[in-house]
Design a protein around this ligand. Structure first.
Ligand code: NAG
Ligand code: NAG
Length: 359
Protein backbone atom coordinates (compact mmCIF):
# COMPACT_ATOMS: atom_id res chain seq x y z
CA UNK A 1 0.00 0.00 0.00
CA UNK A 2 2.80 2.37 0.99
CA UNK A 3 4.72 1.42 -2.13
CA UNK A 4 1.71 1.98 -4.30
CA UNK A 5 1.22 5.35 -2.74
CA UNK A 6 4.88 6.19 -3.29
CA UNK A 7 4.73 5.16 -6.94
CA UNK A 8 1.59 7.16 -7.52
CA UNK A 9 3.06 10.29 -6.04
CA UNK A 10 6.35 9.85 -7.90
CA UNK A 11 4.47 9.43 -11.10
CA UNK A 12 2.41 12.51 -10.48
CA UNK A 13 5.54 14.46 -9.63
CA UNK A 14 7.21 13.27 -12.83
CA UNK A 15 4.18 14.31 -14.87
CA UNK A 16 4.19 17.67 -13.22
CA UNK A 17 7.88 18.15 -13.94
CA UNK A 18 7.56 17.05 -17.54
CA UNK A 19 4.58 19.29 -18.00
CA UNK A 20 6.32 22.30 -16.47
CA UNK A 21 9.49 21.70 -18.50
CA UNK A 22 7.46 21.59 -21.64
CA UNK A 23 5.83 24.87 -20.73
CA UNK A 24 9.14 26.37 -19.66
CA UNK A 25 11.12 25.44 -22.73
CA UNK A 26 8.84 24.69 -25.65
CA UNK A 27 5.66 26.62 -25.11
CA UNK A 28 4.73 29.47 -27.41
CA UNK A 29 4.30 31.56 -24.25
CA UNK A 30 7.21 34.02 -24.22
CA UNK A 31 6.65 36.76 -21.66
CA UNK A 32 8.15 40.21 -21.45
CA UNK A 33 8.34 42.12 -18.18
CA UNK A 34 5.41 44.48 -17.71
CA UNK A 35 6.36 47.75 -16.09
CA UNK A 36 3.26 48.86 -14.22
CA UNK A 37 2.94 52.55 -15.00
CA UNK A 38 2.59 54.92 -12.04
CA UNK A 39 -0.98 56.07 -11.48
CA UNK A 40 -1.55 59.69 -12.42
CA UNK A 41 -1.93 61.85 -9.29
CA UNK A 42 -5.31 63.11 -10.50
CA UNK A 43 -6.71 59.57 -10.06
CA UNK A 44 -5.52 59.07 -6.52
CA UNK A 45 -8.95 59.71 -5.09
CA UNK A 46 -9.79 57.86 -1.88
CA UNK A 47 -12.13 54.85 -2.13
CA UNK A 48 -15.83 55.81 -1.79
CA UNK A 49 -17.48 52.37 -2.10
CA UNK A 50 -20.42 53.95 -3.90
CA UNK A 51 -20.78 50.81 -6.02
CA UNK A 52 -21.78 48.97 -2.86
CA UNK A 53 -25.03 50.94 -3.03
CA UNK A 54 -26.25 49.65 -6.40
CA UNK A 55 -29.77 48.39 -7.00
CA UNK A 56 -29.50 44.83 -8.36
CA UNK A 57 -31.40 44.27 -11.60
CA UNK A 58 -32.25 40.76 -12.78
CA UNK A 59 -30.45 39.14 -9.87
CA UNK A 60 -29.97 35.40 -10.43
CA UNK A 61 -31.17 35.73 -14.02
CA UNK A 62 -28.05 37.23 -15.60
CA UNK A 63 -24.89 35.15 -15.69
CA UNK A 64 -21.90 37.47 -16.16
CA UNK A 65 -23.46 40.38 -18.09
CA UNK A 66 -20.21 41.75 -19.55
CA UNK A 67 -21.59 44.56 -21.72
CA UNK A 68 -24.80 46.58 -21.95
CA UNK A 69 -26.53 48.69 -24.59
CA UNK A 70 -29.87 50.50 -24.83
CA UNK A 71 -32.00 50.92 -27.95
CA UNK A 72 -34.12 53.88 -29.12
CA UNK A 73 -37.11 52.67 -27.09
CA UNK A 74 -35.08 52.47 -23.92
CA UNK A 75 -34.93 48.66 -23.88
CA UNK A 76 -31.68 47.47 -22.29
CA UNK A 77 -29.75 44.52 -23.78
CA UNK A 78 -26.98 42.35 -22.40
CA UNK A 79 -25.27 39.12 -23.44
CA UNK A 80 -24.74 36.51 -20.74
CA UNK A 81 -22.33 33.57 -20.25
CA UNK A 82 -25.03 31.03 -21.11
CA UNK A 83 -25.33 32.31 -24.68
CA UNK A 84 -28.45 34.40 -24.26
CA UNK A 85 -29.14 37.94 -25.28
CA UNK A 86 -31.47 39.13 -22.55
CA UNK A 87 -33.37 42.37 -22.41
CA UNK A 88 -35.03 44.56 -19.85
CA UNK A 89 -38.29 46.19 -20.88
CA UNK A 90 -39.46 49.61 -19.76
CA UNK A 91 -41.97 47.98 -17.43
CA UNK A 92 -39.11 46.30 -15.52
CA UNK A 93 -39.60 42.76 -16.82
CA UNK A 94 -36.68 40.73 -18.16
CA UNK A 95 -36.95 38.61 -21.27
CA UNK A 96 -34.76 35.79 -22.58
CA UNK A 97 -34.73 37.42 -25.99
CA UNK A 98 -32.46 35.37 -28.29
CA UNK A 99 -30.36 32.28 -27.74
CA UNK A 100 -27.09 32.61 -29.61
CA UNK A 101 -25.18 29.66 -27.99
CA UNK A 102 -21.78 29.38 -26.41
CA UNK A 103 -20.29 31.27 -23.52
CA UNK A 104 -18.39 33.65 -25.67
CA UNK A 105 -20.51 36.77 -26.15
CA UNK A 106 -18.98 40.10 -25.15
CA UNK A 107 -19.49 43.65 -26.51
CA UNK A 108 -22.95 44.56 -27.76
CA UNK A 109 -24.32 47.57 -29.64
CA UNK A 110 -27.37 48.77 -31.57
CA UNK A 111 -27.12 50.04 -35.14
CA UNK A 112 -29.03 53.03 -36.50
CA UNK A 113 -31.49 50.56 -38.06
CA UNK A 114 -32.10 49.04 -34.65
CA UNK A 115 -30.22 45.79 -35.21
CA UNK A 116 -28.33 44.26 -32.31
CA UNK A 117 -24.66 43.51 -33.09
CA UNK A 118 -22.64 41.40 -30.67
CA UNK A 119 -19.01 40.26 -30.45
CA UNK A 120 -18.60 36.50 -30.34
CA UNK A 121 -15.08 35.54 -29.30
CA UNK A 122 -15.34 32.38 -31.39
CA UNK A 123 -17.23 33.50 -34.50
CA UNK A 124 -16.51 37.21 -35.04
CA UNK A 125 -19.27 39.82 -35.30
CA UNK A 126 -22.89 38.64 -35.20
CA UNK A 127 -26.06 40.45 -36.17
CA UNK A 128 -29.01 39.37 -34.05
CA UNK A 129 -32.43 40.12 -35.48
CA UNK A 130 -35.95 39.16 -34.42
CA UNK A 131 -35.84 36.02 -36.56
CA UNK A 132 -32.26 35.24 -37.45
CA UNK A 133 -28.69 35.35 -36.15
CA UNK A 134 -26.13 35.95 -38.91
CA UNK A 135 -22.35 36.26 -38.99
CA UNK A 136 -21.43 39.70 -40.35
CA UNK A 137 -17.71 39.05 -40.47
CA UNK A 138 -15.45 36.23 -39.33
CA UNK A 139 -12.15 36.96 -41.13
CA UNK A 140 -9.73 39.79 -41.63
CA UNK A 141 -6.79 39.72 -44.03
CA UNK A 142 -7.18 35.97 -44.45
CA UNK A 143 -7.17 35.13 -40.72
CA UNK A 144 -10.02 34.16 -38.50
CA UNK A 145 -11.22 36.79 -36.05
CA UNK A 146 -10.99 34.97 -32.75
CA UNK A 147 -11.36 37.33 -29.82
CA UNK A 148 -13.69 40.13 -30.88
CA UNK A 149 -14.22 42.07 -27.68
CA UNK A 150 -16.23 45.27 -28.12
CA UNK A 151 -18.09 46.95 -30.98
CA UNK A 152 -19.68 50.31 -31.73
CA UNK A 153 -21.85 51.32 -34.68
CA UNK A 154 -21.29 54.66 -36.43
CA UNK A 155 -24.14 56.59 -38.01
CA UNK A 156 -22.80 55.76 -41.52
CA UNK A 157 -23.32 52.08 -40.73
CA UNK A 158 -19.64 51.24 -40.17
CA UNK A 159 -18.89 48.94 -37.25
CA UNK A 160 -15.70 49.55 -35.32
CA UNK A 161 -14.56 46.70 -33.11
CA UNK A 162 -11.63 45.46 -31.12
CA UNK A 163 -9.82 42.15 -31.10
CA UNK A 164 -8.34 41.77 -27.63
CA UNK A 165 -5.74 39.21 -28.62
CA UNK A 166 -4.87 37.37 -31.80
CA UNK A 167 -2.94 34.84 -29.69
CA UNK A 168 -5.03 34.03 -26.63
CA UNK A 169 -8.72 33.35 -26.09
CA UNK A 170 -11.36 34.47 -23.65
CA UNK A 171 -10.79 31.58 -21.22
CA UNK A 172 -7.04 32.28 -20.94
CA UNK A 173 -7.13 36.04 -21.49
CA UNK A 174 -4.91 36.70 -18.50
CA UNK A 175 -2.01 34.98 -20.28
CA UNK A 176 -2.05 37.90 -22.70
CA UNK A 177 -1.52 40.24 -19.73
CA UNK A 178 1.27 38.02 -18.39
CA UNK A 179 2.96 37.71 -21.77
CA UNK A 180 2.79 41.50 -22.09
CA UNK A 181 3.26 41.51 -25.86
CA UNK A 182 0.80 43.45 -28.00
CA UNK A 183 -1.57 41.11 -29.85
CA UNK A 184 -4.61 43.39 -30.09
CA UNK A 185 -6.26 45.08 -33.06
CA UNK A 186 -8.84 47.70 -33.97
CA UNK A 187 -10.94 46.61 -36.95
CA UNK A 188 -13.58 48.19 -39.14
CA UNK A 189 -16.44 46.42 -40.86
CA UNK A 190 -17.90 48.30 -43.82
CA UNK A 191 -21.44 47.04 -44.50
CA UNK A 192 -21.61 48.53 -48.01
CA UNK A 193 -18.63 46.49 -49.26
CA UNK A 194 -18.85 43.72 -46.67
CA UNK A 195 -15.12 44.19 -46.08
CA UNK A 196 -13.27 44.12 -42.79
CA UNK A 197 -10.00 45.99 -42.44
CA UNK A 198 -7.32 46.49 -39.80
CA UNK A 199 -7.13 50.10 -38.57
CA UNK A 200 -4.65 49.54 -35.73
CA UNK A 201 -2.40 46.60 -34.95
CA UNK A 202 -0.13 45.71 -32.02
CA UNK A 203 -2.45 47.02 -29.32
CA UNK A 204 -2.00 45.90 -25.72
CA UNK A 205 -5.24 43.90 -25.25
CA UNK A 206 -7.64 46.09 -27.25
CA UNK A 207 -10.81 46.24 -25.23
CA UNK A 208 -13.59 48.88 -25.10
CA UNK A 209 -14.40 50.99 -28.16
CA UNK A 210 -16.53 54.17 -28.11
CA UNK A 211 -17.29 56.93 -30.60
CA UNK A 212 -17.08 60.57 -29.62
CA UNK A 213 -20.31 62.55 -29.66
CA UNK A 214 -19.50 64.19 -33.04
CA UNK A 215 -18.08 60.86 -34.32
CA UNK A 216 -14.90 62.64 -35.38
CA UNK A 217 -12.82 60.17 -33.40
CA UNK A 218 -13.14 56.96 -31.50
CA UNK A 219 -11.49 55.83 -28.30
CA UNK A 220 -10.05 52.33 -27.93
CA UNK A 221 -8.80 51.05 -24.58
CA UNK A 222 -5.61 49.04 -24.09
CA UNK A 223 -6.13 47.05 -20.94
CA UNK A 224 -2.65 46.14 -19.73
CA UNK A 225 -1.18 49.43 -20.95
CA UNK A 226 -3.55 51.23 -18.51
CA UNK A 227 -4.48 53.71 -21.24
CA UNK A 228 -6.96 54.53 -24.01
CA UNK A 229 -6.10 55.85 -27.45
CA UNK A 230 -7.92 58.37 -29.59
CA UNK A 231 -8.15 57.35 -33.26
CA UNK A 232 -9.23 60.12 -35.64
CA UNK A 233 -11.94 59.25 -38.18
CA UNK A 234 -12.41 62.77 -39.62
CA UNK A 235 -10.49 66.00 -40.15
CA UNK A 236 -6.86 66.78 -40.78
CA UNK A 237 -5.63 64.09 -38.35
CA UNK A 238 -7.76 61.37 -39.95
CA UNK A 239 -6.14 57.96 -39.51
CA UNK A 240 -3.83 59.20 -36.77
CA UNK A 241 -3.62 58.08 -33.19
CA UNK A 242 -2.87 59.91 -29.97
CA UNK A 243 -3.20 59.15 -26.28
CA UNK A 244 -6.65 59.98 -24.89
CA UNK A 245 -5.85 59.07 -21.29
CA UNK A 246 -3.04 57.13 -19.63
CA UNK A 247 -1.72 56.24 -16.16
CA UNK A 248 -5.20 54.98 -15.24
CA UNK A 249 -5.62 53.38 -11.80
CA UNK A 250 -6.63 50.05 -13.38
CA UNK A 251 -6.74 48.26 -16.73
CA UNK A 252 -9.47 49.87 -18.85
CA UNK A 253 -12.18 47.46 -20.01
CA UNK A 254 -15.31 48.75 -21.77
CA UNK A 255 -15.83 52.45 -22.48
CA UNK A 256 -19.17 54.12 -23.18
CA UNK A 257 -20.09 57.60 -24.33
CA UNK A 258 -22.19 59.53 -21.80
CA UNK A 259 -24.99 61.92 -22.84
CA UNK A 260 -22.80 64.97 -21.99
CA UNK A 261 -19.98 63.83 -24.30
CA UNK A 262 -17.78 62.39 -21.55
CA UNK A 263 -16.92 58.70 -21.25
CA UNK A 264 -17.47 56.05 -18.60
CA UNK A 265 -14.62 53.56 -18.35
CA UNK A 266 -14.65 50.39 -16.24
CA UNK A 267 -11.25 49.61 -14.75
CA UNK A 268 -9.95 46.16 -13.88
CA UNK A 269 -7.66 45.43 -10.98
CA UNK A 270 -4.94 43.59 -12.92
CA UNK A 271 -2.56 42.93 -10.04
CA UNK A 272 -2.92 41.46 -6.59
CA UNK A 273 -1.53 43.30 -3.62
CA UNK A 274 1.80 41.80 -2.64
CA UNK A 275 2.11 39.90 -5.93
CA UNK A 276 2.96 42.82 -8.22
CA UNK A 277 6.49 41.39 -8.67
CA UNK A 278 4.98 38.67 -10.86
CA UNK A 279 4.65 41.19 -13.68
CA UNK A 280 8.37 41.85 -13.84
CA UNK A 281 9.47 38.26 -13.25
CA UNK A 282 9.66 36.05 -16.35
CA UNK A 283 10.16 32.90 -14.28
CA UNK A 284 6.99 33.57 -12.25
CA UNK A 285 5.04 34.21 -15.42
CA UNK A 286 6.19 30.94 -16.96
CA UNK A 287 5.26 29.11 -13.80
CA UNK A 288 1.78 30.66 -13.90
CA UNK A 289 1.38 29.79 -17.56
CA UNK A 290 2.02 26.16 -16.59
CA UNK A 291 -0.71 26.34 -13.95
CA UNK A 292 -3.24 28.79 -15.41
CA UNK A 293 -5.69 28.30 -12.55
CA UNK A 294 -3.25 30.15 -10.31
CA UNK A 295 -3.66 33.29 -12.40
CA UNK A 296 -6.87 33.90 -10.48
CA UNK A 297 -4.76 34.62 -7.39
CA UNK A 298 -2.57 37.06 -9.24
CA UNK A 299 -5.04 39.01 -11.35
CA UNK A 300 -7.00 40.79 -8.62
CA UNK A 301 -10.06 41.25 -10.86
CA UNK A 302 -12.33 39.51 -8.35
CA UNK A 303 -11.23 41.74 -5.49
CA UNK A 304 -12.42 45.15 -6.55
CA UNK A 305 -14.57 47.23 -8.89
CA UNK A 306 -13.92 50.73 -10.18
CA UNK A 307 -15.39 52.99 -12.84
CA UNK A 308 -14.31 56.48 -13.85
CA UNK A 309 -15.92 59.27 -15.80
CA UNK A 310 -13.47 61.01 -18.11
CA UNK A 311 -14.28 64.26 -19.87
CA UNK A 312 -13.65 64.59 -23.61
CA UNK A 313 -10.48 66.56 -22.78
CA UNK A 314 -9.09 63.53 -20.92
CA UNK A 315 -9.64 64.85 -17.40
CA UNK A 316 -11.13 62.58 -14.80
CA UNK A 317 -14.40 63.91 -13.40
CA UNK A 318 -15.79 61.16 -11.16
CA UNK A 319 -14.81 57.81 -9.71
CA UNK A 320 -17.03 55.18 -8.12
CA UNK A 321 -15.70 51.98 -6.61
CA UNK A 322 -16.26 48.94 -4.47
CA UNK A 323 -12.81 48.84 -2.94
CA UNK A 324 -13.06 45.34 -1.49
CA UNK A 325 -15.50 43.76 -3.96
CA UNK A 326 -18.23 43.41 -1.34
CA UNK A 327 -21.17 43.93 -3.72
CA UNK A 328 -19.53 44.14 -7.13
CA UNK A 329 -16.17 43.08 -8.52
CA UNK A 330 -14.78 42.52 -12.03
CA UNK A 331 -17.02 45.34 -13.31
CA UNK A 332 -16.44 45.40 -17.05
CA UNK A 333 -18.83 48.10 -18.20
CA UNK A 334 -20.57 51.31 -17.07
CA UNK A 335 -23.35 52.75 -19.23
CA UNK A 336 -25.15 56.00 -18.41
CA UNK A 337 -28.84 56.19 -19.31
CA UNK A 338 -31.45 58.59 -17.93
CA UNK A 339 -29.36 59.74 -14.97
CA UNK A 340 -28.47 56.24 -13.89
CA UNK A 341 -25.33 54.20 -14.32
CA UNK A 342 -25.79 50.56 -15.36
CA UNK A 343 -22.92 48.29 -14.39
CA UNK A 344 -22.10 44.93 -15.94
CA UNK A 345 -19.65 42.41 -14.52
CA UNK A 346 -18.12 39.03 -15.32
CA UNK A 347 -18.44 38.14 -11.66
CA UNK A 348 -22.10 39.05 -11.03
CA UNK A 349 -25.49 37.53 -11.71
CA UNK A 350 -27.12 40.96 -11.95
CA UNK A 351 -26.70 44.40 -13.46
CA UNK A 352 -25.97 47.13 -10.92
CA UNK A 353 -27.99 50.33 -11.20
CA UNK A 354 -26.65 53.45 -9.55
CA UNK A 355 -28.58 56.75 -9.46
CA UNK A 356 -26.42 59.68 -10.58
CA UNK A 357 -27.11 62.90 -8.74
CA UNK A 358 -28.41 65.59 -11.04
CA UNK A 359 -26.36 68.74 -10.50
C1 NAG B 1 -43.68 44.25 -20.14
O1 NAG B 1 -43.53 44.60 -21.50
C2 NAG B 1 -43.24 43.51 -22.39
C3 NAG B 1 -42.99 44.10 -23.78
O2 NAG B 1 -43.97 44.99 -24.16
C4 NAG B 1 -44.37 42.51 -22.35
O3 NAG B 1 -44.09 41.42 -23.21
C5 NAG B 1 -44.55 42.02 -20.92
O4 NAG B 1 -45.66 41.14 -20.85
C6 NAG B 1 -44.76 43.18 -19.97
N1 NAG B 1 -44.72 42.67 -18.63
C7 NAG B 1 -45.55 43.10 -17.66
C8 NAG B 1 -45.39 42.46 -16.32
O5 NAG B 1 -46.36 44.00 -17.87
C1 NAG C 1 -2.04 40.65 -44.19
O1 NAG C 1 -1.56 39.37 -44.51
C2 NAG C 1 -0.32 39.37 -45.21
C3 NAG C 1 -0.03 37.94 -45.62
O2 NAG C 1 -0.25 37.05 -44.58
C4 NAG C 1 0.75 39.97 -44.32
O3 NAG C 1 1.98 40.00 -44.99
C5 NAG C 1 0.33 41.40 -43.95
O4 NAG C 1 1.27 41.94 -43.05
C6 NAG C 1 -1.04 41.39 -43.31
N1 NAG C 1 -1.48 42.77 -43.13
C7 NAG C 1 -1.82 43.25 -41.96
C8 NAG C 1 -2.23 44.68 -41.94
O5 NAG C 1 -1.82 42.58 -40.95
Amino acid sequence: MALKHYLTSSFLLACLLAYSCQIFFFSPFSPDPLELPPVSSSFLLPPNNQLQGVIKLGEGFLKGPEAICVDKEGILYTATRDGWIKRLHRNGSWENWKMVKGRSLLGITITKEGDVVVCDTEEGLLKVGENVVSVLTSHVNGSRIRFADDVIAASDGSLYFSVASTKYELHNWYLDVLEAKPHGQLLKYDPSSGETSILLDDLCFANGVALSQDQHYLVVCETWKFRCLKYWLEGENKGQTEIFIDHLPGGPDNINLAPDGSFWIALLELTSEGLEFVHTSKASKKFLAAFPKLTKLVSGVHRKAMVVNVAADGNIAKKFDDSNGKVMSFVTTALEFENHLYLGSLNSDFIGKLPLKVA
